[in-house]
Design a protein around this ligand. Structure first.
Ligand code: ACO
Length: 366
């Protein structure tokens, strides 16, 4: 057995399927391309939750309920925001979520869906000395998240962020989803399960990569020679952020969806749009250089672009600082975690594998 449980199937799920050879992602019977840019995040939350909660309302009623949950989370957590704000933004969000009730009802789930979208802009504003803005329960989830961050939300950016949230809503038994299912299998509440997912998502080998992607792009821009910079990293034994995947042996289909969104944002005539277009063109050059450097350095492994590379560009364009990129990832993935937690709970089976003891044996005492 490999240390990373490579190729081990540890759950049956109706939620999503990652085809790492064909490069396809299926979410509850729909291809990613069918959903991203066409379904709103609230609709995808409903798709994932369907069958896992009693009396789940229809799309628009559920979206309204998510809006009300944003308001409720803001009102509950506002008094503690000042104490959370000095922490790094991810830990502050996680600490805030840990204060929510730990139940298994739809209301608990909706508060958890709302929480990263509410806490992230509120904490960012506090960090820059501005008062947090209360949610607008009638706004779309992504639009409200942007409005709470900057006071306004252009329809184009709101649509781009919504597409991002849909794109990352679920992805098979990735590390954070597995962690979520392990905790859910103990019949702990949904908040405990989501906190496990949040812990796993933070690491740079999983959801912590897009911030470092921006650092890499900036460092390469300064160096002026992408291939030399990338070769230097590989020679030092570093990993190139935004590339490689445990399951995909071909390009991550999410990378193309997000790249198309960034391209769309960068196609306008305004200065901000032109800047985005230039940033995308530069990132594409870096991507090609990285793929070539990785092909030469690791010929035994097909290392392709993953979701995090264009996530970084999209979230930068949406106005989030790189420190908060993983928070926004969590704002999308939380729906998948909750659905997996409910699916696991429904099996009624505790996840409890075994380990093989390879330490010293006690001396036999006569
Ligand atoms: N840069 C350089 N080398 C890499 C990279 C990379 N991005 N990815 C894999 N490799 C190399 C490894 O060094 C290893 O080489 P070796 O055999 O010479 O030691 C070989 O490819 C196999 O690596 P593994 O660690 O076995 O591959 P694994 O399937 O576990 O890796 C992972 C998946 C962790 C994502 C890896 O590709 C990586 O570290 N990527 C960079 C971080 C990143 O982008 N994370 C986001 C992933 S997407 C997500 O979770 C949402």
């Amino acid at each position: 057995m490999a240390n990373g449980l490579d190729d081990v199937v540890a759950a049956d799920t109706v939620l999503s399927d990652v085809d790492g050879v064909g490069g396809h992602l299926t979410i509850r019977g729909h291809s990613l391309k069918e959903l991203a840019g066409h379904w709103r995040y609230g609709q995808v939350v409903r798709l994932l939750f369907d069958g896992f909660f009693d009396a789940l309302p229809g799309d628009s009623e559920l979206e309204k309920a998510i809006g009300r949950a944003r308001v409720e989370v803001f009102e509950r957590l506002q008094p503690t925001l000042g104490q959370l704000a000095p922490l790094d933004i991810y830990s502050a969000m996680r600490a805030g979520i840990s204060l929510l009730p730990d139940g298994d009802e739809l209301a608990d789930a909706l508060r958890l869906v709302a929480a990263p979208a509410v806490l992230t802009p509120a904490l960012l504003r506090l960090g820059r000395g501005e008062a947090p803005l209360a949610p607008d329960s009638r706004a779309g989830h992504a639009a409200d998240m942007l409005r709470m961050l900057g006071g306004t939300a252009s329809p184009a950016l709101a649509k781009a962020l919504d597409t991002y949230l849909v794109t990352v809503c679920d992805h098979g038994l990735n590390a954070s989803t597995f962690a979520t299912r392990v905790v859910a299998s103990t019949q702990a509440g949904l908040t405990s399960a989501v906190l496990a997912g949040l812990g796993a998502l933070k690491g740079p080998l999983h959801g912590g990569a897009p911030g470092p992607v921006i650092e890499m792009l900036d460092a390469i821009e300064t160096s002026g020679d992408a291939a030399a910079w990338l070769r230097g990293e590989i020679a030092r034994g570093e990993r190139i952020m935004g590339f490689g995947h445990r399951i995909y042996r071909v390009r991550d289909p999410r990378a193309d969806v997000l790249k198309a969104v960034v391209r769309q944002l960068g196609s306008g005539k305004e200065t901000s749009s032109r800047k985005m277009g230039d940033r995308l063109a530069f990132a594409e050059t870096v991507e090609q250089a990285a793929l070539e450097v990785l092909r030469v350095a690791k010929p035994q492994r097909s290392i392709q672009t993953n979701v995090e590379f264009y996530t970084a560009l999209l979230l930068e364009a949406a106005g989030f600082p790189k420190e908060a990129f993983s928070n926004v990832f969590a704002a999308g993935r939380v729906a998948g975690w909750i659905a997996h937690a409910r699916e696991q709970q429904a099996t009624g089976r505790l996840i409890r594998p075994q380990s093989r003891y390879v330490g010293p044996v006690p001396e036999l005492v006569a």
